[in-house]
Structures are given as structure tokens and as C-alpha cells.
Design a binder for this molecule. Structure first.
Ligand SMILES: Cc1ncc(COP(=O)(O)O)c(C=O)c1O
Length: 402
């Protein structure tokens, strides 16, 4: 079958909830993917940062296959021999006392919301059903009905109400505005340290520190959604390390499995995690032994291959090269680590389509921003190759109207 045959079937029988580029991937290794017709592309999206370790990493693959021979799912009705190892690994790597495992990122965000509300009632003493969580405008935390209920993007929330109450907006990056939204019912502030889906929006320096301080002063939990930003993407293990703060709850997912499996978790100290008691929260697949074994290996790969530092160094290099491209349509190149927003003064989609024809896969976020976020294993030579192609496409489109 050819590309068009797969697309025809997909369009006919699948829900149209995405608008993918018309490439049908069959194989992937490291930063490279190959389509059904044998064309090779450099992946500059990395499955929205879920394959930070590179596609089909052999070390993770070995554990994935080995664990599949033994036991894949026990449910949490019984214990398994891999989940404790993941808990310990997360503790050793991050310093948090405890973790609560789930599957998708959105489920982990829901878990953080539930934990914060529970803490608000049981520890802070907020009147029942009055708890408020302050979120940021421009946020993206996932797709459940509760989560889209606190999105300000109409394509996320439009037509899906009514929504869960108890979420208050503040202006992302504006600590004074955040302070003004705190009330006696505030149990938590939930933010992304850098807004990924928003277009790699980096808040002003000092904002995260101010958020942490405001939370501390007001007995409010600081929840940091590191699902996309975390595990090396930003050039640090967590993007909040740039401001040397310690959130009360950190949410992780995506690269926690290196792309093999949906694995997510929240991290917190025991005074906070302890508010969740048996029977109050869970998931059939959350914390399963296959997920746990894969996640431990995926975390080890980040360390063994020094991928966090590599992301920092390659990111600086990539950003500097992109900034050197001269075009009247490039408004701004911003980023941290290998997480780059290439902001144009017009539609980004034609650029993504042309880049695909040149062998680079990337995706627009919002109308006018291209995100460059390759697997963290990318080399300098591969960046040079990519920049050459990007420059070619930018120049070719400079004088084309659309
Ligand atoms: C910051 C952030 N939070 C949550 C999510 C949701 O994760 P998932 O798609 O695994 O539910 C995403 C996904 O892009 C994300 O970027």
C-alpha cells in the first residue's frame, strides 16, 4: 500500500480529531523516521517530547521485550516487583518522597488536581466544595473535560461544557496578577514552567520564584506541569530548575517511558501525597510492571547518555543557528534546550509542509509558530543539516504570498 492508501482508510474509518501531515511512518530509529515509501525524515517533534531518548531506543526496547515475557499487568489489587523500583528511582532522581503513577499526562494532571483539592480540605481546612486552583491563561494541560474546562483556547473547550468549577485564571508570567487572585479558598497554583503548546512561551525571569514565594506565603500548593517541559527537554531535568524552585507537586509523563508506553506520575512529599488514601484514586493500568520497568530504563538512559546536558548544549547551538537565518517573516526564535519556538509573522503550516518535502518533520503550534523539538540524541551534524534545510525553505517562501 502507498501513502495515499493508508490515508484514505484512516480518513474514512478514523475520527478526524487531528490534522496530521500526510506522512505515514513505518520505521523509526533515534532522530530519524522512515515512511511507507522509504523516504527518511528528521523528526523535529519527537512525539510532543515523548521520545526524548530517541525512537526505539535499544536499551529501553530490551527491557520492554524482557518484561513482556514475565508479567505486564497485575492491577494495583496486587503488588508487583517493578513498581517499587520505579518509585525509588524517581525519589533518587528528583528528591521527592513519593510518586503516584498513572498513564496519560492528562490523568496525571487530574491526579494533581484531586490531590490538591483533598489537601485543601483535609490540611488547609477549606470549606467543603469551595477549593480553588489558579491556572494560567494560554495553558495546555490535556484533554479531559475538567482540564479543557480551564483552558482559554476555544478549540479545546468549545462545545464541551458544562465544566468543573473551581478554576481561576491569572495572566501567565505576571506574579502580581497571580497574587491578586489568591483567596482563602485557594488550594493550589497550577502552571507549566514553559508553555509548550502555547508556543514555547518562556515566562519572564523571576516569575517561577515569585510563584513559589506567593504559594508559600499563602499556604497554597505550587503544582508544576513538567509533562512536556521535563525530563531534559528544556536543557535541565526540570524546567523549573532554571529558577531554583521546588514545587510541591511535579507532574511528569511523555518521556518517562521514552515513547514505548503511556506512563505518567505526580511527585510530592509524603505530607501532601499522604492525603490520598486507599480507594480514593487509581487506575487499572497505572503503575503496571511493564510501564514501571520501561520507565526505570527510560530514566536511566537520560542519565547514562547525559541527555539533559546534551539537550542544553545542542539547544543553544540550534537556537543560535536559527537566529542567524535572515528573513522578514521570522518574528522571533525563542527556546530553552532542544525546545524551540520559531515564530513567524504568518501561517506556519506551509512551512511545515515544505520542510516535510525536504525531509524534516515538524508541526505548527497555534497558527504561526513552528516548534523544533527533536529527540535529545540529535548531533551537531544533524542540526547543521536541518538548519540548511530550514534556511532553504524559509528563503523559498520569503516572496510567496499565502
Ligand atoms: C504540559 C502538558 N500537560 C499535559 C499534557 C497532556 O498529556 P497527554 O496527551 O499524555 O494526556 C500535555 C500534552 O501535550 C502537555 O504538554
Amino acid at each position: 500500500m502507498l501513502t495515499k492508501d493508508y490515508i484514505e482508510i484512516e480518513e474514512k474509518y478514523g475520527a478526524h480529531n487531528y490534522h496530521p501531515l500526510d506522512v505515514v511512518i513505518k520505521e523509526a530509529k533515534g532522530v530519524w523516521v522512515t515512511d511507507v515509501e522509504g523516504n527518511r525524515y528528521l523528526d523535529c517533534l519527537a512525539a510532543y517530547s515523548a521520545v526524548n531518548q530517541g525512537h526505539c531506543h535499544p536499551k529501553i526496547y530490551d527491557v520492554f521485550v524482557e518484561q513482556a515475557k514475565h508479567v505486564t499487568l497485575t492491577s494495583r489489587a496486587f503488588r508487583n516487583d517493578k513498581l517499587p523500583i520505579l518509585y525509588k528511582k524517581l525519589h533518587d532522581m528528583t528528591g521527592y518522597d513519593m510518586a503516584l503513577p498513572m498513564n496519560s499526562g492528562a490523568e496525571a494532571v487530574e491526579t494533581a488536581v484531586k490531590t490538591a483539592r483533598r489537601w485543601g480540605y483535609d490540611v488547609k481546612g477549606i470549606e467543603n466544595n469551595k477549593a480553588e486552583i489558579i491556572v494560567a491563561d494560554g495553558n495546555f494541560h490535556g484533554r479531559t473535560t475538567t482540564i479543557v474546562g480551564f483552558s482559554d483556547d476555544p478549540s479545546s473547550y468549545g462545545g464541551f461544557g458544562p465544566f468543573t468549577p473551581g478554576f481561576i485564571f491569572h495572566e501567565y508570567g505576571n506574579a502580581e496578577d497571580l497574587k491578586s487572585k489568591i483567596s482563602k479558598n485557594t488550594c493550589a497554583v497550577l502552571i507549566e514552567p514553559i508553555q509548550g503548546e502555547g508556543g514555547i512561551v518562556i515566562p519572564p525571569e523571576g516569575y517561577l520564584k515569585a510563584v513559589a514565594q506567593i504559594c508559600k506565603d499563602n499556604n497554597v500548593l505550587f503544582i508544576c506541569d513538567e509533562i512536556q517541559a521535563g525530563l531534559g527537554r528544556s536543557g535541565k531535568l526540570f524546567a523549573h530548575y532554571y529558577e531554583d524552585v521546588r514545587p510541591d507537586i511535579v507532574i511528569i509523563g511523555k518521556a518517562l517511558s521514552g515513547g514505548y508506553y503511556p506512563v505518567s506520575a505526580i511527585l510530592a512529599d509524603k505530607e501532601i501525597m499522604g492525603v490520598i488514601k486507599p480507594g480514593q484514586h487509581g487506575s487499572t493500568f497505572g503503575g503496571n510492571p511493564l510501564a514501571a520497568a520501561v520507565a526505570v530504563r527510560a530514566l536511566e538512559v537520560l542519565e547514562e547518555e547525559n541527555l539533559v546536558q546534551h539537550s542544553f548544549e545542542m539547544g543553544e547551538y540550534f537556537i543560535s543557528k536559527l537566529r542567524a537565518i535572515d528573513s522578514p517573516h521570522i518574528s522571533l526564535v525563542r527556546g530553552k534546550g532542544l525546545w524551540i519556538g520559531f515564530v513567524l509573522d504568518r501561517k506556519a503550516r506551509p512551512y511545515c509542509e515544505k520542510l516535510m518535502a525536504e525531509g524534516i518533520l515538524c508541526k505548527e503550534t497555534h497558527e504561526n509558530i513552528i516548534r523544533f523539538a527533536p529527540p535529545l540524541v540529535i548531533t551537531k551534524d544533524e542540526i547543521d543539516w536541518a538548519v540548511g534545510k530550514i534556511e532553504k525553505v524559509v528563503k523559498e517562501l520569503d516572496n510567496v504570498q499565502f
